[in-house]
Design a protein around this ligand. Structure first.
Ligand SMILES: NC(=O)CCC(=O)C(=O)O
Length: 264
């Protein structure tokens, strides 16, 4: 049987350094998405604090406790899974750019910490890098998350694909003037790994940086299923796993790989 997921991609502006305001907005957006009956709702990168890096120490959520309490209740009450973009998570060894995933029952089913820190935006001065790929299941569909700059690393996305992911979520705060990179990279990762890619970017400006939106869902053949403009929007898309199987059957990239030839 064709496994299917209905995904709501929430493209939104993020209030700078204001987690409470942003939490309220996230709850509102879930309410707005629910009449479309999504199985999963996805949010952008650092939707709680934005890039308020100077105040990150005071704003970061200790072990994600507040975020988990909040989103676990929202997911359970609404009966929807949540790929919670990412938040600033404080831990004993530093602050991480962390994505939690919640099941429809409100359980935390995955934790992914951004592995590649984006130096042009000073991430390396404020965050610790994660070092583990996370593959998880939403309604039996194998999914993975990478965060924004991570998508520039084909080896990392391949790691998730080899671990079984068939839907890849990419929460982001991707700015101009690299809209073209954002779009092309999402499409390239979908084609080369023959999986769905769900990019969820923010819009708005912060400290003179303008974020380019254009969240999109790309199918395993590299076709754009839907794409947002540069404004607040909720995209709704159905992903069908039989399309992953068909693409992989038509061009057997995974069985034709030659890892013996590839540099590490
Ligand atoms: N938040 C980020 O990781 C930004 C990545 C980015 O802009 C890029 O060009 O890569």
């Amino acid at each position: 049987m064709d496994a299917k997921l209905r995904i709501a991609v929430v493209q939104m502006d993020i209030a700078f350094g204001a987690p409470r305001t942003n939490r309220d907005k996230v709850a509102q957006r879930i309410e707005q998405a629910m009449p479309h009956h999504p199985d999963v709702v996805v949010f952008p990168e650092l939707w709680d604090t934005a890039y308020d890096l100077d105040r990150l120490e005071q704003l970061a959520d200790w072990e994600g406790e507040e975020t988990k309490a909040f989103l676990s209740a929202v997911a359970r009450d609404a009966g929807v899974a949540i790929v919670a973009g990412s938040i600033a998570e404080k831990r004993s060894d530093g602050i991480y750019n962390t994505s939690f995933v919640f099941s429809k029952k409100g359980d935390v089913i995955a934790t992914y910490r951004k592995a590649h820190l984006f130096r042009p935006m000073e991430e390396h001065r404020h965050f610790q890098a994660g070092d583990a790929c996370a593959v998880y299941r939403i309604d039996d569909v194998p999914c993975a998350t990478v965060i924004c700059y991570d998508v520039r690393f084909p080896e990392w996305v391949r790691t998730a694909a080899l671990a079984g992911a068939q839907v890849l979520f990419v929460p982001a705060q991707w700015p101009h003037p690299r809209l073209n990179h954002w779009r092309q990279l999402l499409i390239a990762r979908a084609i080369e790994n023959q999986l769905y890619v769900v990019g969820c970017n923010r819009v708005g400006t912060a400290k003179g940086t303008s974020f380019c939106g254009h969240s999109m869902v790309v199918d395993p053949w590299g076709e754009i299923v839907c794409e947002a403009l540069q404004r607040e929007e909720i995209l709704i898309a159905d992903v069908h796993l039989d399309r992953v199987a068909k693409a992989r059957h038509a061009i057997p990239v995974f069985s034709d790989r030659r890892p013996d030839l590839y540099a590490r």
